[in-house]
Ligand binder design. Sequence first.
Ligand SMILES: [Zn+2]
Length: 110
Amino acid sequence: MDDATARMRLETMLHELDRSIGVLKGDPVALQDRSAADAGADLTDADRTQAMIDAAKRQRTAVLAALKRLDDGGYGQCVDCGRPVPEGRLEARPEAARCVQCQARVERRR
Ligand SMILES: [Zn+2]
């Protein structure tokens, strides 16, 4: 995947994330549910909406970081070990900052 394609895909993702975050934040059902939710409820629609907003924001941060790496010329290299991130991984997740091994290590650390 060349830089122009990566940039296009990342910018598309950014627009979609912005739109979903806006929709989620303005979701009238979720807002209603928040005020109506009783304290004993497990996972309300409002909680689920908030979780989706959080996930979208995290992904948005990752996409912005990837766009910055494109500008800096470091795109496609693992931010931890500096080895190239496999093409297939970038195809699936253009915002990926790490190779599979380093990502697995980061996720174990959490
Ligand atoms: Zn790595």
